[in-house]
Design a binder for this molecule. Structure first.
Ligand code: DPP
Ligand code: ZN
Length: 894
C-alpha cells in the first residue's frame, strides 16, 4: 500500500458550497443520488481534474450540469472518479447516482445494517463507501439530505441538522428532509433509519435559546437512556461554564447502535454511539460503565466545537481535535466527580480521575511509543489512517494539551482557546494553528519566551525520560535539583542510520518537598513560599537552586503527572515509603506506592529466575496496611492506592519481557498480600457493606463499592477460609451490577470451581441483554483458567458472533490482551493469528486493533519472541490481507 506523507498536503482545487443527497434506503441495496455544486478555488487552473473517491460502490450515472456523461467523458479507476470540469472558472454541478449494499457491509464503515436498523460511520474515510465525493476533511459543504424508506421497516429517518419536512409518498414509502445549517466535512455526515425508543428534554442555552436533546435506543431500552441524557445536559452546561461554548443547533441527537467499531462518533447534531456508552441502569451497568458513559457523551458533545466548528485540515492533524477533546472530557469528568464536595474531598476525587487517566496512558500509550507503531501525536506518514486512532494521538495528545494548560494556567488557557476560536471558527486547520493561539497568550505572560521548543512534542515520538538528581547542603540551606532529559529512538527510528536527532523538549516538572517526618516544606519561589512549583525544563540538562530549605528534603516529583515522561531517580526505598504514606499530592503518593510495588514485583521475577529467596514483602505490606486502615482517605482513593500495577505493566517493564514469569510473580504477590492482610481486608469488607439506600453512581458510593470489591478479591486471592462463601453471598444479594460482577469476576480469578453456579445464573438472567452478556463473556475470557480450548468453547456458543465488535472484544480481545498466561503458549499464538485473519475478512478496522497485540514481540524472551514472530509471519503471508492489518504487521516485522 502506498504511504501518504504529511508534507505532501495540497489544498483541494475546488470548493463545494452545497451538497444535496437523496437516499432510497433499503438494507440490500440503497440508491444514492447526489448533487454536488462545485466552484473552482481562486488559483485553480482551467483543466484541473476534479477527483472524487468511491469504494465498494456501483455507478449508475454521472451528470454534469444536468447532462448525462458518456463513459469517455470521465474516468473510473480503482474507485477514483475523475473528470475535467468546464474550463471557464464558473460553478458547475456534478450529479451522481450510485448503489451500495448495506446488508453485505460487514466493515461497519459507510452505510451498514445493525439488527433491523441502518447506521452510518464516515470517519475517517467511510463517506466514500456511500457515494463518490471529495472525501477529505478540508472540503466543507452545507448538506441537504432527503431520506426515503418503507415506514414499516424504518419509521424514523434521521440525519444532521434540522428536520425540514416529513411526508408520506404515493408509493407507500415516506420521506424526511434534513438541512444542516453548518458547513461540514463529509466525515461528519450521518444518517440513521429504524424503529427506536426516544427520550428527550429541552434545555435553554445561556443566550436563551431552546434546544431539544434526544437519546434514541432499541425498543424497550428507554429507561436505560436516562443517565446518558443527564450526562448530555451536564456536558452542555459545563461547556458553557468552563469554555463559554454554547450549542449551535436547535436539536442534538444521540443514537445507540449495537454494532459499532468505536466508542462513539461526533456527527454534527446526530451522534451515533456504541450502545455500551449509552445504556445504563443499576441492574445492568457497573459504576465504571456509568463513568464511561459520562466521559464519552461529554467527549462527543465537546467535539461540536473542538472538531466540528473547527476541524482538521488533513488527517495528520487528528490530534488537533482528539487530544484537545480528550483533555476536555477528562476535565469534565473530574469536575463532575468533584461537584458538591468540600475542597479536600474534591481534590481527592479529581486525583482519582487523574490516576485512572495516567494508568490508561501507561498501559496503552507508553508501550505504543516504544514499539514499531511509535509515532508523534501529529504523525508524518501513514498507509491507513484508520490505524492512527491511537493512544498516542488521543491520550498523549491530551497530555500535550494538559501541559499547555499547566504552562498557561486556567485563565491563560481559556484566553488561548478563545483566541483559537476567534481565529479559526468555521475552518479546517492544523495543530500549529492551535499552538500559535496558545503561544500568543504565553508570550504575553512570559515576555521574550515562546513555544518553539514546546512544539517539538508534536513532532517527536517516544516517551522522554527525565533523570532527577538532588543535593542538599545544610550549611547554605540550599537544595540543588538537576533535571536531565533524553529520548531514545522510538520504534523503527532505531533502524535508521543515523538515528534521527531528538532535540530537548519543553517539559513542565511539578515538584514539592517534604521533610523526613513527611511535613511539607514550602519553597521560596518567585517571591512567595509555595508547596508546589513547576520547573520548566527546555534544555538537555538544567540545575535549579532552591534557597532557604531548613532541613534535608525528600522530593515529591511529577505531581499530578505534569508531563508524559518516565522518571529516573535513585530514590531509596525508604524515601519512596515516606512518599507513599505522606506525600500531600495524591497523585505522587499513589505513584510512590506503584513504584514500590513495581520494584517488589521485579525483584520477585528475578528471584524466581535465579532460584534465590524472594524479596520480603515487609515494606509493601506496611504501606498497604497503613493505606487500608487510613479512614481519612476516601474509599475510591484507597482502592487506587491498594491496586497492584496491572500485569501488562509488569510485563512491559521486563528486559526482556517475560509474560509467564510476570504472571507468576504477580499472582504470588497478590496471594501473599491478600493472606497477610486478611484481617484488615475483612474489616474493610464488612465496614463498606451497602447501606440499603437507592443506587447512585456518585463518587462516594461507587468508591465504597470499588474498595469493597477489591477487598473481596484480596480475601479470595489470600484464600481466607470463608472468602468463597462471602463471594457467593455477595453475588446472591447483589443490588446492582457492580456488586454481582465484582463477585463473579473475583470467583473466576481465584476460585473458578465455585463460579459455575453464579455463571449459569448470570447467563440465564441476562441472555437477552447483549451488553450484559458481553460482561459474562469478558469475565471468563480474561480468567486465568481460560485456556485456548476454553476460549474456543466460548466462541462455539450460539451467543457468540465475530461480526459484533463488542462481542469480539469481550471474548477474543479480552483473551489476547488480558490473559497473558494463556495467550503466551503455542496454541495462544496460533489462536491470535487465526482470529486476526478471521476478523480481517469481516472488519479490517477491528482486525487491525487485534493485530496490535503483538507489537512488542521483539522485546520478549526467546521462546515467546519466536512464537509471536511466527504468528505475525503467518498473518503477513495470508492472501487478501487488508491495508489496515498489513500496515501493522509489516511494521512489526520490519
Ligand atoms: N468517534 C471518535 C472519537 O470521538 C472519532 N472521532 O474520538
Ligand atoms: Zn474524539
Amino acid at each position: 500500500a502506498p504511504t501518504i506523507f504529511r508534507q505532501d498536503y495540497a489544498p483541494y482545487p475546488y470548493r463545494l458550497p452545497q451538497v444535496r443527497l437523496e437516499f432510497d434506503l433499503a438494507a440490500d441495496s440503497t440508491q444514492v443520488r447526489s448533487e454536488l455544486r462545485f466552484e473552482p478555488a481562486p488559483d485553480t487552473a482551467p483543466g484541473t481534474p476534479l477527483v472524487l473517491q468511491g469504494e465498494d460502490l456501483e455507478l449508475v450515472e454521472v451528470r454534469l450540469d444536468g447532462r448525462p456523461l458518456s463513459a469517455d467523458e470521465y474516468r473510473l479507476d480503482d474507485g477514483i472518479l475523475s473528470l475535467i470540469p468546464p474550463g471557464h472558472g464558473k460553478p458547475f454541478t456534478i450529479g451522481i447516482v450510485s448503489l451500495c449494499r448495506p446488508a453485505e457491509n460487514t466493515t461497519l464503515m459507510g452505510l451498514y445494517v445493525s439488527g433491523d436498523k441502518l447506521f452510518t460511520q464516515c470517519e475517517a474515510q467511510g463517506f466514500r463507501r456511500i457515494t463518490w465525493f471529495p472525501d477529505r476533511p478540508d472540503v466543507m459543504a452545507r448538506f441537504e439530505v432527503l431520506l426515503r424508506a418503507d415506514p414499516a421497516a424504518y419509521p424514523q429517518l434521521l440525519s444532521n441538522g434540522n428536520l425540514i419536512e416529513q411526508a408520506g409518498l404515493p408509493d407507500g414509502r415516506h420521506q424526511a428532509l434534513w438541512r444542516d445549517p453548518h458547513p461540514k466535512p463529509c466525515y461528519l455526515f450521518a444518517l440513521v433509519a429504524g424503529d427506536f425508543d426516544c427520550i428527550e428534554r429541552t434545555e435553554t442555552t445561556r443566550s436563551g435559546r431552546e434546544v431539544l436533546l434526544q437519546v434514541y435506543s432499541d425498543k424497550g431500552y428507554r429507561e436505560q437512556t436516562r443517565w446518558a441524557l443527564d450526562c448530555l445536559a451536564n456536558a452542555l452546561r459545563w461547556d458553557e461554564r468552563r469554555f463559554g461554548l454554547e450549542l449551535d443547533l436547535d436539536r442534538f441527537m444521540v443514537v445507540a447502535a449495537r454494532d459499532f467499531n468505536m466508542g462513539a462518533m461526533e456527527n454534527k447534531g446526530l451522534n451515533i454511539f456504541n450502545a455500551a456508552y449509552v445504556l445504563a441502569d443499576p441492574a445492568t451497568a457497573t459504576d465504571a460503565a456509568y463513568r464511561g458513559i459520562e466521559a464519552v457523551i461529554g467527549h462527543e458533545y465537546f467535539h461540536n466545537w473542538t472538531g466540528n466548528r473547527v476541524t482538521c485540515r488533513d488527517w495528520f492533524q487528528l490530534s488537533l481535535k482528539e487530544g484537545l477533546t480528550v483533555f476536555r472530557d477528562q476535565e469534565f469528568s473530574a469536575d463532575m466527580l468533584a461537584e458538591g464536595l468540600p475542597p479536600a474531598e474534591a481534590a481527592s476525587a479529581r486525583a482519582v480521575k487523574r490516576i485512572d487517566d495516567v494508568h490508561t496512558l501507561r498501559l496503552a500509550q507508553f508501550p505504543e511509543d516504544a514499539g514499531p507503531m511509535a509515532h508523534p501525536i501529529r504523525p508524518d506518514s501513514y498507509q491507513e489512517i484508520g490505524n492512527f486512532y491511537t493512544a498516542t494521538v488521543y491520550e498523549k495528545g491530551a497530555e500535550v494539551i494538559r501541559m499547555q494548560h499547566t504552562l498557561l494556567g486556567e485563565a491563560g488557557f481559556r484566553a488561548g482557546m478563545d483566541e483559537y476560536f476567534r481565529r479559526h471558527d468555521g475552518r479546517a486547520v492544523t495543530c500549529d494553528d492551535f499552538v500559535d493561539a496558545m503561544e500568543s497568550v504565553y508570550a504575553q505572560q512570559h515576555p521574550g519566551q515562546d513555544f518553539s521548543v514546546f512544539r517539538r512534542w508534536y513532532a517527536q515520538a517516544g516517551t522522554p525520560r527525565v533523570r532527577v538528581r538532588s543535593t542538599y547542603d545544610p550549611a547554605t540551606r540550599a537544595c540543588r535539583i538537576t533535571l536531565e532529559q533524553h529520548c531514545a529512538p522510538a520504534g523503527l527510528e532505531a533502524r535508521q542510520s543515523p538515528p534521527p536527532e531528538k532535540p530537548p523538549l519543553h517539559i513542565p516538572v511539578s515538584i514539592g518537598l517534604i521533610d523526613a517526618e513527611g511535613t511539607p516544606m514550602p519553597i521560596p519561589w518567585e517571591g512567595e513560599p509555595r508547596d508546589t512549583i513547576v520547573l520548566e525544563l527546555r534544555e538537555a540538562s538544567r540545575t535549579w537552586t532552591l534557597a532557604d530549605i531548613p532541613r534535608a528534603p525528600v522530593l515529591s516529583l511529577l505531581r499530578g503527572f505534569s508531563a508524559p515522561v518516565i522518571l529516573e531517580t535513585d530514590r531509596s526505598e525508604a524515601d519512596l515509603a515516606l512518599l507513599a504514606r505522606r506525600d500531600p499530592d495524591p497523585f505522587a503518593r499513589w505513584d510512590a506506592v506503584q513504584e514500590t510495588a513495581h520494584r517488589h514485583l521485579q525483584a520477585r521475577i528475578e528471584a524466581d529466575r535465579d532460584g534465590g529467596p524472594g524479596p520480603a514483602p515487609g515494606m509493601l505490606l506496611d504501606i498497604w496496611r497503613a493505606a487500608l486502615e487510613n479512614e481519612q482517605l476516601s474509599p475510591a482513593y484507597r482502592a487506587r492506592l491498594l491496586a497492584l500495577p496491572a500485569v501488562r505493566e509488569v510485563i512491559d517493564r521486563g528486559e526482556p519481557m517475560d509474560p509467564r514469569a510476570a504472571v507468576a510473580a504477580w499472582t504470588h504477590i497478590r496471594k501473599t498480600l491478600g493472606a497477610r492482610l486478611a484481617d484488615p481486608w475483612r474489616a474493610t469488607y464488612d465496614d463498606l457493606a451497602d447501606d440499603g439506600g437507592p443506587y447512585s453512581p456518585d463518587p462516594v458510593a461507587s468508591g465504597r463499592r470499588a474498595l469493597r470489591n477489591l477487598a473481596l478479591d484480596n480475601l479470595l486471592a489470600g484464600q481466607a477460609p470463608d472468602a468463597v462463601e462471602l463471594a457467593l453471598a455477595q453475588y446472591r444479594q447483589a443490588r446492582n451490577m457492580t456488586e454481582s460482577l465484582g463477585a463473579l469476576t473475583a470467583l473466576l480469578q481465584h476460585a473458578p470451581q465455585a463460579a459455575a453456579d453464579p455463571l449459569a445464573d448470570f447467563h440465564a438472567r441476562w441472555r437477552d441483554n447483549p451488553l450484559v452478556l458481553d460482561r459474562w463473556f469478558g469475565a471468563q475470557a480474561s480468567a486465568p483458567g481460560c485456556t485456548v480450548a476454553a476460549v474456543r468453547a466460548l466462541m462455539a456458543l450460539p451467543d457468540f458472533s465475530l461480526r459484533n465488535p463488542n462481542r469480539a472484544r469481550a471474548v477474543v480481545f479480552r483473551f489476547c490482551l488480558d490473559n497473558p498466561g494463556n495467550l503466551h503458549t503455542p496454541e495462544g499464538y496460533d489462536f491470535w493469528a487465526e482470529q486476526v485473519l478471521a476478523l480481517d475478512a469481516l472488519n479490517p478496522e477491528v482486525a487491525a486493533r487485534l493485530s496490535r497485540a503483538f507489537d512488542n514481540w521483539a522485546r520478549h524472551e526467546p521462546v515467546a519472541r519466536a512464537g509471536m514472530q511466527a504468528a505475525l509471519r503467518r498473518v503477513l503471508d495470508a492472501p487478501d490481507l487488508s491495508r489496515n492489518v498489513r500496515e501493522i504487521v509489516s511494521k512489526a516485522l520490519a
